[in-house]
Design a protein around this ligand. Structure first.
Ligand SMILES: NC(=O)c1ccc[n+]([C@@H]2O[C@H](COP(=O)([O-])OP(=O)(O)OC[C@H]3O[C@@H](n4cnc5c(N)ncnc54)[C@H](O)[C@@H]3O)[C@@H](O)[C@H]2O)c1
Length: 310
């Protein structure tokens, strides 16, 4: 079901004013950006001080981009940045939060540890959301004393641009909590879609097998990188080919989501292509490492196929 704005839900979500975002990486800075521009008080928490500083600079730069496009003003930038404060320590960062959105590294042990800390330190009424791409919401919820208030709030990258929020209702998530997150997502000017909690939810359950299949096509020599990406761009009207998209997401992230699908369903159709496994093992992770299916040169926007595939 696609949920659009409703005045009743607006009332529920208006109880949420203070939002803490855990993790100031790619997704965390975008999530802080969209909450701050919608007038929420945001506490951005990361264990890494350098990452926190970088996140604030990225948010400011992304506002400049919005100003250049004419969608935002200097005043909006200033007031939004004033809505964000940064913290190193989770306990202090969440102590008066109405909502926490966790966007730390995709690692199950880390997320379980963080959610235990959140449960101990956030107020009793606080909703605990995770931006995980694939980890079970039900499992994360089970480590807390408030499983009914734990939910998935899966933003897409880049967060300020992408309209979708995949809202994942865990096995124990209370209906009112789902309704609150749906309404809140609309307040952020996003389109929420509610799904149930099974491996990969919907977005990655459908996307990752497509990416994996395109890697298999390359591995088996059916076609080259440019041919595969061009066919999917021009033939299916995808804005980006699947191999370029895999580089953008991070090949390690794709690999780990495929493992979640493979283990979660026990079905070999989700097993990562051996070429993907090799690339991840060797550290060719896509944009973030400078090379994946394509090679990325700092300062250049040209898309160059990696020499390994020529
Ligand atoms: N990158 C994407 O395209 C994308 C899209 C949708 C969802 N996600 C999900 O969002 C989450 C974050 O992904 P990302 O790409 O932003 O990762 P990232 O590596 O860019 O950032 C993760 C941040 O978490 C911080 N962190 C690690 N341990 C922490 C702790 N104990 N407390 C506070 N901060 C901690 C790290 O210092 C880092 O800054 C993951 O769950 C990922 O699956 C990512």
């Amino acid at each position: 079901m696609i949920h659009l704005f409703s005045p009743y839900l607006f009332k529920i979500s208006s109880m949420i004013q203070k939002v803490s975002v855990i993790g100031a990486g790619t997704m965390g800075n975008g999530i802080a950006h969209v909450f701050a521009q919608s007038g929420f008080q945001v506490k951005l928490v990361d264990v890494n001080t350098v990452q926190l500083e970088k996140a604030l600079q990225t948010i400011a730069k992304n506002f400049d981009r919005q100003i250049a496009k004419g969608t935002h003003t200097e005043d909006q930038k200033r007031s939004s940045l004033n809505n964000i404060t940064s913290f190193n320590d989770i306990a202090t960062g969440v102590k008066d939060a109405d909502l926490v959105v966790e966007a730390a590294t995709e690692n199950i042990e880390l997320k379980l540890k963080i959610f235990k800390l959140l449960d101990e330190n956030a107020p009793e009424h606080c909703v605990l959301a995770t931006n995980t791409s694939s980890i079970s919401i039900t499992k994360i919820a089970a480590t807390t004393s408030r499983p009914g208030k734990v939910i998935g709030m899966h933003f897409m990258n880049p967060v300020p641009v992408m309209k979708l929020v995949e809202v994942i209702s865990g096995y124990a998530t209370e209906k009112q909590v789902t309704d609150t997150i749906v309404s809140l997502s609309s307040q952020l000017n996003k389109i929420p879609c509610v799904v149930n909690d099974y491996p990969g939810f919907i977005a990655n359950r459908i996307l990752m097998p497509m990416i994996n299949e395109s890697i298999y096509c390359l591995y088996e020599g059916v076609a080259g990188i440019e041919e595969i990406d061009t066919i999917m761009k021009l033939g299916m009207a995808h804005p980006m080919g699947p191999l370029q998209l895999a580089d953008f997401i991070g090949l390690d992230v794709c690999h780990s989501i495929l493992h979640v699908l493979y283990n979660g369903f026990g079905n070999p159709k989700y097993a990562p292509c051996p070429l993907l496994t090799n690339m991840v093992t060797a550290g060719y992770l896509g944009i973030k490492s400078g090379e994946g299916f394509y090679k990325y040169v700092a300062g250049s926007k040209e898309l160059l196929v990696s020499e390994r595939f020529l």
